[in-house]
Design a protein around this ligand. Structure first.
Ligand SMILES: [Zn+2]
Length: 242
């Protein structure tokens, strides 16, 4: 599997895609979040002071510039790495933040949400993971409420992979379909929410949620088997901007 990932140019993201490169970790038990930093020296950042997710509150008005979304519909692949279900993006979808272009690499989901807003948890959260040409990461997070079915998820989950499977998608999916209509956002500095918990990640959390049907959320849980949200981490000295 690893060789296939390298061939696909996804080496940088092997930690997102498949955890088989590092020590096994989980969301419960001895290999659960409280112990991630102790599982491997490579996971030491999991005990860092700028970790994600967080409870977003105490906002500072920073007059944030709009994120420029340049997303294209394309067909790619969907995989289940045992920790999440992830759609890999084909090259060419970008966002611009801080006058820097970040390319969309993949998006995946957590049930329930990882981040909270004013202490509120959501039934699901989507993470759109981007990287700039230097490998710096920017994650656009979208909260998901239970309601109308989501179009992109309907297409993706028509081909829902079982644990360890990767499937070529037969229909085009636009990442725009998992963004809300209004793109106002909160911003903070954080980390990957899974080992190795690397810090220095720009987190851009959409204020407006999208919706997915109960069936779509249940379908995800059915193949992941259990919740896959890391608990909220200490905010420490970090400002949360809006
Ligand atoms: Zn995530």
């Amino acid at each position: 599997m690893k060789r296939a990932l390298i061939a696909a140019g996804m080496l940088l993201f092997s930690s997102f895609a498949f955890s088989s490169d590092g020590a096994a970790w989980d969301y419960t038990g001895d290999a659960g979040p409280d112990n991630w930093a102790k599982l491997s020296p490579e996971y030491s950042s999991c005990a860092g002071s700028n970790q994600s997710p967080i409870n977003l509150t105490g906002f500072i008005d920073a007059k944030l510039k709009p994120i420029v979304f340049n997303y294209k519909a394309s067909s790619s692949e969907i995989l289940n790495n045992g920790h999440t279900v992830q759609v890999n993006a084909t090259p060419g979808s970008t966002i611009t933040v801080d006058d820097i272009e970040f390319e969309l690499k993949q998006f995946h989901f957590h049930v329930p949400s990882e981040n909270q807003i004013h202490g509120k948890s959501y039934p699901m959260e989507g993470h759109l993971v981007h990287a700039d040409k230097n490998g710096n990461l920017a994650v656009v997070a979208v909260m998901v409420t239970e309601g109308e079915a989501n179009k992109a998820l309907a297409k993706a989950w028509a081909q829902m992979p079982k644990k360890g499977e990767k499937v070529a998608l037969s229909s085009d999916i636009s990442p725009l379909e998992i963004l809300p209509a209004k793109r106002d956002y909160y911003r903070f500095n954080g980390s990957l929410t899974t080992p190795p918990c690397s810090e220095g990640v720009r987190w851009l959390v959409m204020k407006q949620p999208i919706s997915a049907s109960k069936e779509q959320i249940d379908q995800f849980l059915h193949v992941i088997h259990h919740h896959n949200n890391r608990p909220v981490q200490a905010v420490n000295a970090r400002p949360v901007l809006e």
